[in-house]
Design a protein around this ligand. Structure first.
Ligand SMILES: NC(=O)c1ccc[n+]([C@@H]2O[C@H](COP(=O)([O-])OP(=O)(O)OC[C@H]3O[C@@H](n4cnc5c(N)ncnc54)[C@H](OP(=O)(O)O)[C@@H]3O)[C@@H](O)[C@H]2O)c1
Length: 320
């Protein structure tokens, strides 16, 4: 993810400098394979992992690495951990404590530590942004920043690309395994595809939207979750033929008893907007007190869609 971001930043660097007055250099890179690399004078990310000597910080301390890199901004893009959001929560906490803005594409910290990280960012006068966590880089969280005092009553949508690709391909006659392979080839499946297939990824996104936009922390076990594993190719094809295609639908609504939320396969009437969301496309429909129905469709995002959310967060963080 961050490699794609580096390419996008590089591609847009002249525009960022000339139009927004933003100059940047990469001073730190870290992953388990690469180690903790820092050099405040700048690192060429394309050369990392190619055997070129880099200045490596002794492992173990994110804060030492951030200090060595003299980091102003951290882009956190480790793999999703649905259990507790780690190590991303620790990485973001360390960045904010160090005095850097923290930007993440990782949903885990939003579900497991949103309020703590939001409050820490405010206390440090830094920004904690996470636009890429839901619907790639489509401006959802920043949209609601532009809607002061609006009340979100609920939402529904299709937020997981892997299952949407699998269902679309099964409608075309592929087996489940063939359809999953297709999703992996497209690069949309999470590292562990069971997270997608069993509805975890969609549930985490649903929880992130509820936590932030409905201002109500919710645990994943409070979301009724059912994946697409039990759907046979025949059932998927028949549903499509009958004009009620299956979709993995995320729902949340505010009720007298609190927020009710679910992620499960539903048959959607083919004339409904959700029924037309195929392959890697995604969709969300918000019900608010001012705008009764406000919908966003993201059609077939390209390679840079998620990285673009990180770039947009970066610009907002350093410009504000
Ligand atoms: N791909 C998308 O389209 C997309 C869209 C929206 C959001 N996201 C989110 O963005 C994040 C990154 O996505 P991705 O597709 O790039 O995931 P990925 O392929 O799993 O890559 C994760 C990266 O994090 C590193 N990493 C994992 N655990 C680490 C640890 N404990 N310490 C240090 N580095 C660690 C990995 O390198 P090592 O193995 O070398 O450590 C790898 O470079 C995920 O949270 C994902 O949910 C992805």
């Amino acid at each position: 993810m961050n490699r794609t971001l580096v390419r996008l930043l590089d591609d847009r660097s002249a525009e960022l400098r000339d139009r927004y007055g933003i100059k940047f250099r990469v001073t730190g890179i870290a992953s388990r394979r690469l180690g903790w690399i820092a050099d405040p004078t700048g690192i060429d990310p394309e050369k990392c992992g190619t055997g070129t000597p880099a200045r490596e910080i002794s492992p173990g301390s994110v804060s030492v690495w951030l200090k060595s890199a003299q980091a102003d901004v951290l882009f956190e893009a480790t793999s999703l951990n649905v259990e507790d959001g780690q190590p991303a929560v620790d990485h973001i906490r360390a960045a904010l404590n160090h005095g850097a803005h923290a930007i993440t594409a990782n949903k885990g910290p939003i579900v497991h530590a949103y309020r703590e990280l939001r409050d820490l960012a405010a206390a440090k006068g830094k920004r904690f942004f996470f636009e890429s966590t839901v619907m790639d880089g489509v401006p959802i969280f920043s949209l609601f920043d532009q809607l002061p005092t609006i009340h979100l009553q609920g939402f529904h949508g299709i937020l997981n690309s892997t299952t949407n690709v699998i269902l679309s391909q099964m409608e075309q006659g592929l087996s489940f395994d063939e359809a999953l392979k297709k999703a992996q080839e497209l690069g949309v499946a999470e590292t562990d595809a069971t997270h997608d297939i069993d509805g975890w990824d969609a549930a985490v996104k649903t929880a992130a939207l509820i936590t932030v936009l409905m201002d109500t922390p919710i645990r994943l076990d409070q979301i009724a979750r059912e994946g697409i594993r039990e759907l046979t190719p025949q059932a998927v094809r028949n549903a499509k033929r009958d004009g009620w295609p299956f979709k993995l639908v995320c729902r949340a609504s505010r009720t007298e008893n609190g927020i009710e939320a679910s992620v499960k396969p539903e048959k959607i009437l083919s004339t409904q907007p959700m029924a037309k969301i195929a392959n890697t496309s995604s969709y969300v429909y918000f019900e608010t007190d001012i705008f009764p129905g406000l919908a966003i469709t993201e059609e077939n995002p390209g390679l840079y869609a998620t990285a673009y959310g990180l770039l947009a967060d970066f610009v907002r963080a350093v410009k504000d």
